[in-house]
Design a protein. Structure first.
Length: 182
């Protein structure tokens, strides 16, 4: 479990092969986005005002290749585990992966990804400061923790139970989110 980390615990790492991954993956995501953007099961929320489109309910692990998995998920996760000397069992696995497309004024409401996992966000296409915000609760209120230091081509890893949201985008923003069971 990751409950022992001081919050917000967010690990950031640049993906060494980002340019190559982006050139291969961005056109595929845009094509899938254009094909599905009007389908309700791709909407982030039917009740929120955001128009963010996500493949959360419709993604296939086959959409991504082994090169992507190694560079974007497994290498950063392994580096995190080694850096903090985290003792985990060898049966960790990728539980879920999905892309998110934001346009001007799109956002993601406050949410978390559940307990006993590590979650990640890969900033595939970012033309502005990163607007992901993590929340921690003190005695009386929530405190926000910006991640505007994170740049395109970086992966943010964090305990899945950490509340977070995405402020409204100023431009198009495309991310890939994932959960790793531990």
């Amino acid at each position: 479990m990751l409950y022992f980390f001081n919050s917000p615990f967010v690990f950031s790492q640049k993906v060494e092969n980002h340019t190559q991954i982006k050139s291969q993956l961005l056109p595929k995501i845009i094509e899938e986005y254009n094909h599905n953007k009007s389908k309700e099961d791709y909407f982030w929320s039917k009740t929120s005002e955001t128009k963010m489109i996500t493949s959360y309910h419709n993604t296939s692990p086959d959409f991504y290749d082994d090169f992507f998995y190694e560079n974007v998920i497994f290498k950063p996760f392994s580096d995190l585990v080694n850096q903090i000397n985290l003792k985990i069992s060898s049966d960790c696995s990728l539980e879920k992966i999905w892309w998110n497309v934001y346009h001007k004024n799109d956002y993601a409401d406050v949410h978390n990804h559940g307990p006993e996992k590590v979650s990640g966000v890969y900033l595939l296409n970012l033309n502005e400061k990163n607007t992901t915000v993590f929340l921690t609760k003190n005695e009386c209120s929530f405190q926000t923790h910006d991640t505007d230091y994170a740049k395109e081509g970086e992966v943010l890893l964090f305990p899945s139970n950490l509340l977070h949201y995405v402020r409204p985008s100023k431009t198009r923003r495309i991310t890939i989110s994932f959960n790793i069971s531990i």
